[in-house]
Design a protein around this ligand. Structure first.
Ligand code: GAL
Length: 403
């Protein structure tokens, strides 16, 4: 009889111990960690992994495509996606990211409105075990960013400048040629890379006098365009045309860092340029609005960036990161993509650390190779009335969690 009592008592004691015993928390933490880990691993890509995708705005054509491609990639992998656009407002982006963290995001894919304005929010994300991928634009001044996916941004500027060198015949020309510069949004870290890529190629011609900048504006900030705004680019060039190119004075080229600024400069040339020649205009993004301009020769080139490939790399990287690994070069080897992607651990220092980066290859597109690069590849197509549309992104549902 005694023996039975003893067994019951000892059982009860151990049960009590289990419920609130001293060493339990560690065990709990482990379990918790294990649970979180397990939960994450458990329902990795079974539709319960939550990915927050935060895009800068919808006015600039490309981000609509990025949002659609990313949403499609992650949903096809069984993730729950929260896709938000920020109307180029920093506060709206911060609120949106905070909501994603509250809704249990496991990973954030962020294309920043202002690369230096998110460090507080990203640190909160990291404190909650949320992984962060900087998408296309580097996230600055924080340790709370795991990886960066973008294109070779320096090369974008190099391609634009090289096009100007060849189309103006600068290598052989005796006569000076006239150029103006329209660079990007100074809060966008990419803008500096585009500028350096272009200036490193053109500055020798400016220094030698083969290229003349009548306005004298060659610095990054004095040539920059807040929010990549077409209107701001238009107004600045209108002032320059009226101040430095009166009475038929010749302008040979305007280096525009992207397509939205090129749209504004085209408008300024139409209204305020008094010269007789066709001014060489560069761009970037291969926006549909600008493809029409290249086809009617009112824009000379753009730099095409295959956004669908950028989304593919981001999703594969995310999968690897969420499975607890720390991918490097191996990710590219294993993925074996039919497009070029390089792993870079030197060029993208965000002010706190060099962020490991996956960089895709930008391609110069002109009237001559436009069909091959954009239509033969199936990136764009024309409908029965000849209107151009994006095959892969202008159809899927674009349900966005915008409030
Ligand atoms: C940059 C991006 C470019 C261009 C620009 C304006 O960050 O890399 O492709 O789109 O923003 O949106």
């Amino acid at each position: 009889m005694k023996r039975i009592y003893f067994i019951i008592i000892s059982l009860m004691v151990s049960l009590i111990f289990c419920a609130c015993g001293s060493s339990k928390p560690e065990q709990n933490t482990e379990t918790e960690t294990a649970t979180v880990q397990e939960k994450s691993n458990d329902h990795l890509y079974d539709g319960r992994t939550v990915v927050g995708i935060s895009m800068p705005d919808r006015i600039l054509e490309r981000w609509n495509r990025d949002g659609a491609f990313l949403k499609e990639q992650f949903e096809n992998s069984g993730c729950e996606v929260i896709l938000k656009y920020s109307d180029n407002l920093i506060d709206k982006q911060i609120t949106g990211l905070e909501e994603m963290i509250e809704k249990g995001a496991d990973l954030l894919v962020v294309a920043a409105v202002d690369g230096s304005a998110l460090s507080g929010t990203l640190e909160t994300a990291h404190e909650n075990g949320v992984k962060v991928i900087a998408y296309d634009r580097l996230l600055m001044d924080t340790d709370a960013v795991d990886y960066y996916v973008s294109f070779d941004n320096y090369k974008v500027g190099y391609l634009q400048a090289s096009y100007i060198v060849s189309s103006l015949g600068l290598k052989t020309s005796e006569q000076p040629k006239y150029i103006e510069f329209v660079t990007g949004d100074p809060v966008d870290n990419n803008a500096r890379f585009f500028y350096n890529g272009a200036m490193d190629t053109l500055k020798p011609y400016v220094d030698s006098g083969k290229l003349v900048v009548a306005s004298g504006q060659t610095g990054f900030y004095e040539t920059s365009t807040a929010q990549w705004s077409s209107d701001i680019a238009q107004q600045r060039i209108q002032i320059i045309l009226n101040s430095y190119y009166p009475d038929g004075a010749r302008l040979d080229a305007v280096l525009c860092a992207n397509d939205s600024t090129a749209l504004g400069v085209k408008r300024a040339l139409e209204t305020d340029y008094t010269g007789k020649n066709n001014v060489v205009l560069t761009g970037q993004d291969a926006d549909i609005a600008n493809i029409y301009n290249i086809l009617d020769h009112t824009q000379s080139m753009t730099v095409f960036k295959a956004l669908d490939q950028e989304a593919v790399v981001t999703e594969v990287l995310a999968k690897s990161v969420l499975s607890g690994t720390t991918p490097g070069e191996d990710l590219i080897k294993e993925a074996d993509w039919d497009f070029t992607c390089t792993y870079n651990t030197t060029d993208y220092n965000n002010g706190v650390k060099v962020v490991p980066s996956y960089l895709l290859r930008p391609v110069a597109v002109t009237y001559d190779n436009l069909e091959k690069e954009l239509f033969d590849t199936g990136y764009y197509a024309r409908n029965s009335s000849g209107l151009i549309y994006s095959v892969k992104s202008d159809t899927p549902d674009q349900s966005v969690d915008d409030d």
